[in-house]
Design a protein around this ligand. Sequence first.
Ligand code: EPU
Length: 421
Amino acid sequence: MDEILVRGGRTLSGTITANGSKNAGLPILAATLLADGEYHIKNIPNLSDIRTMIKLLRTISTEAEFTDHELRIITKKEKNHEAPYELVKTMRASIYALGPLLARCGEAKVSFPGGCALGARPIDYHLEALHKLNVTIQIKHGYIYAKTKGLQGAQIYFENKTVGATANVMMAAVLAEGTTVIQNAACEPEISSLGDFLNKMGAHVEGHGTESITVQGVKELHPVYYSLIPDRIEVGTLLVAGAITNGKITVTNCMPEHSGIVLNKLRDIGYTIEIEGHSITIYNKGKRKPIEISTNPYPAFPTDLQPLFAALLSTIEGKSIINENIFSDRFMYISELQRLGADIKLSGSRISINGGNKLSGAPVMAPDIRAAAALVTAALASEGETRISRVYHLDRGYEHLENKLASLGADIERIETDALY
Ligand code: EPU
């Protein structure tokens, strides 16, 4: 239960490198269950959700060695096919074990994920789509018991775009008999990257990155070397941190094409964005103005950066609006930002921000990963000291964000539990 202490008011400057993508890494790690042998995956961020996924793989019979952002995984023949409650309750993405386990073992027992800080988050799309691939599913004692006598290709249409269910179906379909077509598929770069990874393993996936993905099942796959794509959400977080302090920072190891709408929104506010190869620089010379944002599936504005922009827009004079269209309850952080002096009103899934109040430091509690980052960012622009607790949320998705911000000039430190109690 570490805390982060921020003394606000410093202007950030300098260059910082983004890590590999958490949300690309999680399904890719699960996909290593699909074929025995040795994998090397580079650019892996050292954060707690990734470590939880490695723990899960180990319980299913995988050897893993994780050093300096490189992961060596050896997937072995004998397999346990269970994702236990103890792991799933700390990370919903454990549901990614379902598709690969069905494909490899013909059965899976995965703890049913409960609600989370973003709301109900059902998994009906995962289960209905797998059922179409010839899987029988029973829910008993808090577990999903899934079994198949042989996965069969099918036509899948998702009523709403879903990153997780698109990935799970892709991972099951690669070893199914026949062809699977996924319509209204998620187009996120993390899904494109999963498709590339599976193809490198010998799968036949086409159309990943578009709304229609076709998977032609193959008999077997093989292990590979791979390097993860950069984390576009961490990139956005760092840019907002630079922006909120009116600094000038450069983020390297980016794929700027993955951040298109985010960069446009920062431009709309008044920031100058310069792109050079894999680097993005942000600074501001003139007046900043309020904007309206609506979150939606990629390539629209990402819900994961919504709390970060709420923090930023709280410091900009005038009325900004954010419409949250992915997770209707993703506003638990508002009351914490209000403790720092932000003037935000919530109405349904829309917030209106009366920006420009001078924020002032206070103790706050992080309710989820991105909210934690938003509170850290708001603290950078707040007068005096802010203490952010429940930092384990931050650590799920960011590799020592405090060290990165400190290297850009922020007055920020982690206070470890032992020092507190
Ligand atoms: N949905 C259903 N039924 C399902 C699946 C999803 O109703 O079976 C709904 C969800 O409740 C939500 C919408 O569909 O309203 C989209 O959910 P999606 O399945 O796309 O989300 P996810 O796969 O659970 C991933 C990321 C989230 C990110 C969302 C949206 C991972 C591990 N998680 O979640 O990332 O917010 O896509 O882009 O990739 C984070 O990193 O902090 C995070 C929460």
